[in-house]
Design a protein around this ligand. Structure first.
Ligand SMILES: C[S@@+](CC[C@H](N)C(=O)[O-])C[C@H]1O[C@@H](n2cnc3c(N)ncnc32)[C@H](O)[C@@H]1O
Length: 289
């Protein structure tokens, strides 16, 4: 991480994500074989929690997937019967999602919209509202403003509609492999580098990719934000949502730090006893008034 964020954060971040789309499509991390067999699966954390979001299953539910990337998770939910609208600000991601939907015969149940999240209300007017908003793993860290994020979610959900949100835990974002490491209990752990309450976006330079350790990303400069957990939750409450559950996890689906080890469930954890949470997830319901 380096200098304070420059105003062209959206352009930097978009170039970064545009470049990552073909890398991710070819990666083992985004294994599309189960989806192509008609048996798409989400990570174990979402699979365990989603019955609370859709207790009667996904058939017929209208789902809005924010920051959908190339639509892998959107298409899993569509395979289960949901009607899914995915939005993302990367055109290569949206094109890939549309192509995959066609290939899988799910294009009648999915719609992929090219839009910055903050423009979503203009690009996707939807007076009827959605039953579920789904957004996971690598989302608000790319967004400067969670007050507006929460308002957008509330605006798109119909009363009684539910949000499912899972992401890296902000406590974990304090640490950074690039800051170096120190031994704890005989193992090397990343050092703390990023203040938990920092509001300003920060320029990050990294040519690495979480999905393909061999890849080198030319558009390596991005701008990212820290969002303390209490603030994010309060933003959702203030926007009109009731929190149904908040879980902190000792695991995330990607190798968040070099020290982490992969479990039999495919998730990555600290070695030994967890020092701090790595992930978080929540379910929330749109209040009627
Ligand atoms: C880590 S990915 C989300 C990944 C998703 N969980 C997955 O694994 O498929 C982050 C996505 O956010 C999108 N994104 C970042 N900033 C955005 C913004 N301001 N508006 C819309 N999409 C954005 C990127 O294009 C990228 O596809």
């Amino acid at each position: 991480m380096g200098a304070a964020a420059s105003p062209d954060w959206a352009e930097l971040n978009r170039a970064h994500w545009d470049e990552k789309v073909p890398v991710h499509l070819a990666s083992a991390f985004y294994d599309l074989a189960p989806l192509r067999r008609g048996e798409g699966r989400l990570h174990p954390i979402e699979e365990a929690e989603l019955p609370r979001i859709a207790p009667e299953g996904w058939a017929g539910l209208r789902v809005l997937h924010l920051q959908c990337h190339f639509g892998a998770d959107s298409l899993v939910l569509a395979q289960r019967g949901a009607e899914v609208v995915g939005i993302d600000f990367s055109m290569p991601a949206i094109r890939a999602a549309r192509e995959l939907a066609r290939e899988l015969g799910l294009d009648d149940r999915t719609r992929f919209v090219f839009a910055d999240l903050y423009d979503a209300r203009h690009r996707l007017p939807d007076p009827e509202g959605f039953d579920v908003i789904y957004t996971t793993w690598g989302t608000i860290g790319w967004l400067p403003d969670t007050v507006e994020w929460a308002r957008i979610i509330a605006w798109f959900l119909k009363p009684g509609g539910r949000l499912y949100f899972a992401d890296g835990h902000p406590a974990a974002s304090v640490f950074d492999d690039d800051a170096g490491s120190a031994p704890v209990g005989g193992r090397d752990f990343p050092l703390p580098a990023h203040p938990y309450f920092r509001e300003a976006g920060v320029a990050v330079d990294s040519d690495r990719d979480y999905a393909d350790p061999e890849a080198t990303i030319a558009n390596g400069r991005t701008v990212e934000w820290m969002h303390p957990l209490g603030r994010t939750i309060t933003d959702l409450i203030d926007a009109g949502l009731d929190i149904d559950f908040l879980h902190e996890h000792d695991a995330v689906p990607w190798r968040i730090f070099a020290a982490c080890e992969r479990g039999d469930d495919g998730l990555w954890r600290w070695p030994g006893e967890a020092l701090l949470p790595l992930g978080m997830s929540l379910g929330a319901t749109r209040r009627a008034h």
